[in-house]
Design a protein around this ligand. Structure first.
Ligand SMILES: *Cc1c(COP(=O)(O)O)cnc(C)c1O
Length: 401
């Protein structure tokens, strides 16, 4: 399957007749069709990791498909609640839960939290007592493997997400009367495309986590495996098959003996539904290489610069010209602003548009929009076959103060 279908190509061509600057488009019809089967099973409860794409229309589509919502800031919470979602369907994860943010979440009615530190546990308990409510809490665990043993995560780098099992050991759960410790959360991998690797990772997590729950003195009722399901960003990569994942998850659920398995999906849920469309400014030759300078760069899609993985790119116009390799550069005055090396037709010129695909997740809101005062990209959706602009482009004069 090509990353850009001919139906999407047509819709995008129509929009480029009125837009002059870069824009995103999300196909909500395709998104709903993709999401529906994900929730039609009884093995794993699915939350949507809002950070992947917080656009109102995207959240509404996840809601329709039966997802609940994982948020990591007051801003994300407000955006979810503004779509009419009940706060009982919200889970709060994230390394920075200030007393002030916890206060806001409780006052808005959120009752389910992933705690990532001893302070968070204490602050959640205090806030819950102040509000006279009971909270469901999962502890976030960061695992390491002993020196010399096979490390399924391939590294021992320290992150701020959760605590090691040794650090959690000293928690006396009986001192937190307003908290119901229901489970553990673990998520230390990203963009995985192999069900086998995921299954092996998950299965190696079960013994240390069961042991931790035992020694802390609570029954492991819920195991939350986070996200990390990948999508293809290159033609030769193969998409994950949901039925196989469900089989693997069912095995984990049985072996861990938990009542509920949870995941928060970001990339796998929405990554494939979006394109980013970008005008070409010029083509030039430099030290034997062809360079394409494009209007939008890491101010609109930062991810290639921080992960070194490009979004797949297609010329919007169909061309039979022979293909060549190009280095793609955005408009920012920093060498960081590169969008990868791509094979594209040799006749690209200043009237052309490039389409970057698989941009539904970790696109615009992960970026650095204000640097160099360019326009903010518009965001379009296709909904029930109709094209709508949800957020028009903004010029710097509209956002600078
Ligand atoms: C970002 C995040 C996710 C989503 O990750 P994906 O790999 O995009 O599915 C899930 N859980 C938590 C806690 C996260 O921070």
């Amino acid at each position: 399957m090509p990353f850009l279908s001919s139906a999407h190509r047509q819709v995008i061509e129509t929009i480029t007749q009125i837009e002059q600057t870069p824009f995103f488009i999300y196909d909500l019809d395709a998104l709903l069709a993709h999401l529906k089967p994900l929730t039609e099973q009884s093995v794993v409860k699915l939350w949507y990791a809002v950070k992947a794409n917080p656009l109102s229309k995207i959240l509404q589509t996840l809601d329709k498909a039966g997802f609940d919502f994982d948020v990591a800031s007051s801003g994300e919470l407000n955006q979810v609640l503004a779509q009419g979602v009940c706060p009982s369907r919200v889970l709060n994860t994230g390394p920075a839960k200030s007393k002030r943010q916890i206060q806001h979440f409780l006052s808005q009615g959120v009752r389910t939290f992933v705690a990532e530190s001893h302070n968070q546990v204490a602050w959640l308990n205090q806030a819950a007592m102040d509000h006279d409510v009971q909270l469901r809490v999962l502890l976030r665990v960061q695992l390491r493997w002993p020196e010399g043993e096979k490390n399924p995560l391939g590294g021992d780098s320290l992150t701020p997400f959760g605590l090691g099992t040794a650090q959690w050991q000293s928690l006396d759960i009986n001192t937190f009367s307003a908290l119901d410790f229901v489970g553990l959360h673990i998520f230390q991998w990203g963009n995985m495309l192999s069900t086998q690797k995921l299954a092996s990772l998950w299965s190696q997590m079960v013994p240390p986590l069961s042991q931790l729950a035992d020694s802390l003195g609570f029954k492991l009722r819920i195991l939350d495996l986070g996200g990390g399901l990948g999508i293809p960003y290159a033609k030769d990569e193969c998409a994950l098959a949901w039925p196989q994942l469900i089989d693997a998850l069912a095995t984990i659920k049985a072996s861990s003996g938990v009542e509920e398995l949870w995941m928060e999906l970001g990339r796998f849920a929405v990554g494939e539904c979006g394109h980013y469309i970008n005008p070409v400014v010029e083509q030039k030759q430099n030290y034997g290489e062809q360079q394409l300078i494009v209007a939008g760069g890491i101010n609109h899609i930062l991810r290639p610069a921080v992960t070194n993985q490009a979004f797949p790119c297609t010329l919007l116009r169909e061309s039979n010209a022979e293909q060549r390799n190009y280095l793609l550069h955005g408009p920012l005055c920093t060498a960081l602003d590169h969008l990868g090396t791509h094979t594209l037709p040799s006749d690209i010129n200043e009237y052309d548009w490039l389409v970057f695909s698989q941009c539904g997740a970790y696109g615009f809101t992960e970026s650095m929009p204000y640097f160099l005062c360019h326009e903010l990209p518009a965001e379009y959706v296709i909904e029930q076959g109709l094209v709508k602009c949800i957020r028009p482009s903004q010029m710097a004069s509209e956002y600078l103060r």
